[in-house]
Design a protein around this ligand. Structure first.
Ligand code: FES
Length: 160
């Protein structure tokens, strides 16, 4: 919160919260975390540039798929604040997320498609566990569901 200016399209904190679909307290939290910015009117009322709505939207969606706030901040910090922002600016800022998002998408697809299959977790509770994880041999490679979270080569070699 810093700049003082007059822009008729700027939003009050209530308008911002309503349009973004978050509580006012969430806006304050995002601001304290440096994810969004506001400014104060001469009467000391908080105002948000409408463009902050896009930042809030990205924070909410990224959080909903498990992206840590620190990683979200890294991307948002790459978006210029001193000029109009283009689609290319956003695409360039999000580039570091590509591999991480691809990995999350793949994991979500496995979660969606393989709930009825052996995941290599050590439970040996499904009828196909002896086929894919006889005697819990995958446990020797590490903890957790090896067929979902193991090394890529480990997962690929075990795919149906
Ligand atoms: S589902 Fe747990 S070891 Fe097969």
């Amino acid at each position: 919160m810093a700049r003082v200016r007059a822009r008729p399209n700027d939003l009050s904190v209530g308008e911002m919260a309503a349009r973004a679909g978050v509580p006012v307290s969430t806006l304050h939290y995002y601001e304290a975390e440096g994810l969004i910015e506001s400014w104060r009117t001469p009467a000391n009322h908080r105002r948000y540039d409408r463009r902050e709505l896009r930042r809030v939207a990205i924070v909410r969606v990224a959080q909903s798929v498990g992206v840590p706030l620190a990683e979200i901040r890294t991307v948002l910090d790459r978006i210029p604040r001193d000029r109009a922002v283009s689609a290319a600016d956003w695409a360039a800022a999000a580039e570091p997320w590509q591999a991480m998002l691809d990995e999350r998408i793949e994991l979500m697809q496995r979660l969606r498609d393989q709930m009825g299959h052996c995941v290599g977790c050590g439970c040996l509770s499904l009828t196909n566990c002896p086929l894919y994880n006889a005697d819990d041999r995958l446990g020797a490679n590490g903890a957790g569901p090896r067929r979902w979270l193991g090394r890529p080569e480990e997962r690929e070699s075990l795919d149906d």
